[in-house]
Design a protein around this ligand. Structure first.
Ligand SMILES: [Zn+2]
Length: 316
């Protein structure tokens, strides 16, 4: 009787000890294993989120570049209007406002000088254009705008012997043509930007829309006087490649626009664009270069400070 009572008490104690052990194990699990597991899961999730954030950051950066390009493109279509307007002026006034120093020289005598100029860059197309020019050993002129993220392109233009001209920093007509002061501030900003990037003290300018653009009409003489004070020369064009048109212009059309007109002038300053989206300009370039290079009375030159300018509107 006493024995069985003792055995029962022992049994009970053992069961209690086991329960206690189990409790301790459960508590250990709760205190260590669960938090560690949660931490590991959270760490894995955090890593994944970090990756997503950096992917999103890259995406945002590329979207910003695209947005900028679209802005320049929008400015381009604005320029088209100005260029079309200037074409109207040209027809109306029968070239009286166009300065052509060679007008008295018969077009078919002597050497024809051809200056290819590219406006609105740099963009992704600038590299391709530089590669093609390098391949054919030709120097050209780039009238650039101010853009972040294209340091290599600005430097390549200079290092590869082309002329770095100034178009405007913002290319926003309503801002730069608001007043002579606004125009000067924008140009000075671009001048400083280019000087710091490349060491070039550029004196060669192309006004957005050309000097005959209608937006700056009432201030153009003041702007011309300002450029004169700064020792800067503005260059318009007498041959348009037509690549600024808003619709699709084929490479062959661009090449024809250039090639059909360069032989008419003793000196041709050709308007082209190295803005993004102007892909047919890139495709037209080899066609243009080959034709001009195989001719024995045409030379391709970069604009220098000694180049006689073509100016739609001249200082009064
Ligand atoms: Zn432009």
């Amino acid at each position: 009787m006493v024995k069985s009572l003792m055995a029962e008490i022992n049994n009970k104690r053992q069961r209690r000890v086991q329960r206690l052990k189990r409790l301790i194990v459960i508590m250990l699990i709760m205190v260590f294993v669960i938090p560690v597991t949660i931490s590991v899961v959270l760490a894995v999730q955090l890593h994944g989120l970090g990756k997503q954030v950096s992917e999103l950051q890259t995406e945002i950066a590329s979207m910003q570049i695209q947005l900028e390009e679209q802005k320049v493109n929008a400015a381009d279509s604005q320029e088209l209007t100005e260029e079309e307007a200037s074409a109207d002026v040209q027809t109306l006034e029968n070239q009286n406002v166009w300065s052509e120093p060679s007008r008295t020289t018969p077009a078919d005598s002597g050497i024809h000088k051809v200056y290819l100029t590219f406006d609105d860059g740099p963009s992704a197309n600038t590299d391709q254009i530089l590669d093609i020019l390098d391949e054919y050993g030709v120097k050209a002129t780039f009238f650039v705008v101010g853009k972040e993220g294209y340091n290599d392109q600005y430097r390549r233009i200079v290092e590869e012997g082309h002329t770095l001209g100034m178009h405007s920093y913002s290319h926003v007509y309503r801002d730069i043509y608001e007043s002579v002061e606004a125009y000067g501030q924008d140009l000075e900003k671009l001048h400083t930007y280019l000087y710091e990037l490349t060491g070039v003290d550029s004196r060669i300018v192309r006004l957005p829309g050309g000097s005959s653009n209608t937006v700056s009409k009432d201030k153009i003489q003041d702007i011309i006087a300002y450029l004169g004070q700064q020792g800067m020369t503005y260059y318009d064009w007498n041959v348009s490649s037509g690549d600024a048109a808003s619709g699709y212009v084929s490479a062959q059309q661009i090449a024809d626009n250039v090639l059909n007109h360069v032989s008419e002038h003793h000196t041709s300053i050709v308007l082209m664009h190295d803005a993004s989206g102007k892909n047919t300009t890139v495709e037209a370039l080899p066609i243009i270069l080959e034709k001009i290079l195989e001719s024995d009375n045409m030379v391709l030159l970069p604009i220098t400070e000694d180049t006689v300018p073509i100016q739609h509107v001249q200082a009064q």
